[in-house]
Ligand binder design. Sequence first.
Ligand code: FE2
Length: 329
Amino acid sequence: MGAVPPFRGGPRGGRVSILGRVSGPAPASSPEAHVPVEHPGAFRGLQRAVRLTFLLTGAVLLVDATVVEPNWILVGRSIEHVPALPPRSRDLVVAHLSDLHVARLGFREKRAITLLREARPDIILISGDLVRGPASVPALENFLRGLRAPYGVYVVWGNHDHADGIADEEGARAVRRAGAVLLNNASVRIGDPARRMHVAGVDDPVSGNDNLRQAMRGVPRRDVCLLLAHTPAIARDIGNWDIDLLFVGNTHAGQVRLPLLGALYLAWGTRGFAEGWFDAPGGARMHVSRGLGWSWLPVRFFCPPRIDLITLRGGPAPRRGAASVLGRT
Ligand SMILES: [Fe+2]
């Protein structure tokens, strides 16, 4: 019987698990010394870190979309040249906001009132969708009561105002009690002695209650006319009317926007007019407000609410292109 050769096929003096982990010493010359050593503990730690990062990111985005952004009001400033205004007349500052969707006089509403008081605009225009829910009329009245502008606060109804049933005599009385002016297919000449300027407003075009002919009845063609409406769709109707500027809303600028993709959803008839300045028929310019509140879902993402302060300057724009750049918000 010869000498038995040393055993070389398995662990000797140690154990190998099915994962190839070596426990105990292995001879330096044995194959076990070259088995790749894995670290399931470290892998599980990495998995946990990735999962935690996703959870934290999701939580941060959720808080941003539901708490931070809906209350983070931006104030945009732009200059718009109005050829129909006398060249040397004093600048007129218009505060344009829309889609208040007021349910109560909460943080956002109080913040908006504070910002508007600090801005001290000459005139405040609000492009409809004033409330959220039929019980919100007292909150709307309190909100409007907080606004001040020497040439007045003007509002029009939006489609939600009709859907919520406040676009009636009771709603109109609440607006009046607050000191604001409801332009329900009507116009008014503002009390600025230096200019002949009118504000006209139509009832909601989305629900088909607008009557531009009636709204423009008292506006002489030679006077400056600012038209207030709920939605950009009104622009297709203004061709025959001498309107200088349109102020509209309804889009919420999408309310939820993704980087590179933009708005996920825009209301019917507003595609291409999410927010900002646009050329409208008849040489008019149209400003679309991003809005202050929310509808359907209580979120805003990459799209905080915004109040626009627009300086109207008399005389022609230095160059059309330059005016567009200046006018873009
Ligand atoms: Fe709205």
